[in-house]
Design a protein around this ligand. Structure first.
Ligand SMILES: C[S@@+](CC[C@H](N)C(=O)[O-])C[C@H]1O[C@@H](n2cnc3c(N)ncnc32)[C@H](O)[C@@H]1O
Length: 310
């Protein structure tokens, strides 16, 4: 298929400059990862290395930030934040993984949309040498990852990219990933595009939003972390009560600290991905899965997160 044909219908449109930032970090990590594993003597490396993309898209990106699919509106919640930043047709995460040298042994692309799964299948003809090692799974990322994590990981290592539009990821999925002790995780945490918007100024949070936050954060104690109540005495003996909501920094730090409880190493400073109006949309977080590999994985990730675009 030509690029023109893709542009005519199959390109998956999303993302502005921050999309470039996140994909550059991912692509550089993938090649550092496979290079680091290749350089090891084979007796020290009895495992196969995989790439898992749980919100895989089409393989391409053609960025128009206003072009979120209609079916994401409920979980994205606030598509307006995304802005409008057209860009050329570019590689999405799945293609970047397939182009990574040295190559991975296996590629798993998970995607809920039937149409996008059909587009992903074209990647097999674009990368014929890798075709037998590409698996496309249509389904919900949480269920599919939890299934994958239940397999025996002793002889496998992987990098997993969680790139949702909004609040789709569940904490129990992240726990399952950490439980393998074999998977390095790159995750887009929906800081501004989801969590911060669900945390109302008044502190009154509709029940469906509260449940969504519970699923994403894996606990109900976030309310006490994110809200405090200030009481100021009035001249007449009473008190003025004021609800104080946490800053986006506090919310981001809270989530990163939760990652630290379940992974052997977590990047201290996730990258804040902002739209053209400078509003924080997502945090690009990194967690290393294998205790032995964690120091080097963390060193590479920290370097990429600090470096920004070059
Ligand atoms: C931000 S896009 C991913 C872009 C992709 N990582 C790239 O760089 O090309 C999110 C994708 O997740 C898919 N999606 C949404 N909810 C999903 C779910 N629960 N499970 C799996 N895929 C989902 C959407 O159809 C969309 O293609």
């Amino acid at each position: 298929m030509s690029r023109r044909q893709l542009r005519g219908g199959k390109a998956h449109r999303f993302g502005g400059d921050w999309t470039t930032e996140k994909l550059e970090v991912l692509a550089k990590y993938l090649s550092s990862y496979t290079t680091a594993l290749k350089d090891k003597p084979s007796r020290q490396q009895p495992f196969r290395k995989g790439y898992i993309d749980a919100f895989a898209g089409t393989g391409y990106r053609d960025a128009h930030r206003d072009d979120y699919p209609a079916d994401s509106s409920q979980t994205l919640l606030f598509p307006d934040l995304a802005g409008q930043e057209p860009q050329d047709l570019l590689d999405g995460s799945a293609r970047l993984a397939l182009k990574t040298e040295p190559r991975f042994d296996r590629y798993v692309f998970i995607e809920q949309s039937e149409k996008r799964c059909a587009d992903l299948k074209f990647l097999k003809s674009e990368f014929p040498a890798l075709a037998d090692d590409i698996e496309i799974r249509r389904g919900d990322a949480n269920l599919e990852i939890q299934k994958l994590c239940r397999m025996t990981w002793r002889s496998h290592r992987a990098v997993l990219f969680l790139d949702p539009y909004g609040m789709q990821v569940e904490w129990k999925t992240i726990e399952a990933i950490a439980g393998t002790q074999a998977i390095d995780l790159w995750l887009l945490f929906p800081l501004g595009i989801g969590v911060n918007r669900l945390l109302t100024r008044s502190g009154e949070i509709p029940e469906p939003w509260r449940l969504r936050l519970n699923l994403l954060l894996g606990t109900e104690d976030w309310y006490e972390e994110f809200y405090s109540f200030e009481s100021t005495p009035t001249l007449f003996g009473g008190a003025d009560e004021r609800v104080v909501k946490a800053s986006t920094q506090t919310i981001g730090r809270y989530f990163n600290d939760r990652l630290k409880k379940i992974f052997p190493a977590v990047a201290e400073e996730p990258k804040v991905l902002r739209n053209s109006a400078n509003s924080p949309l997502y945090l690009l977080c990194f967690a290393a899965g294998n205790p032995n590999g964690a120091p080097i994985a963390l060193r590479i990730a920290n370097h990429l997160l600090k470096k920004g675009l070059e």
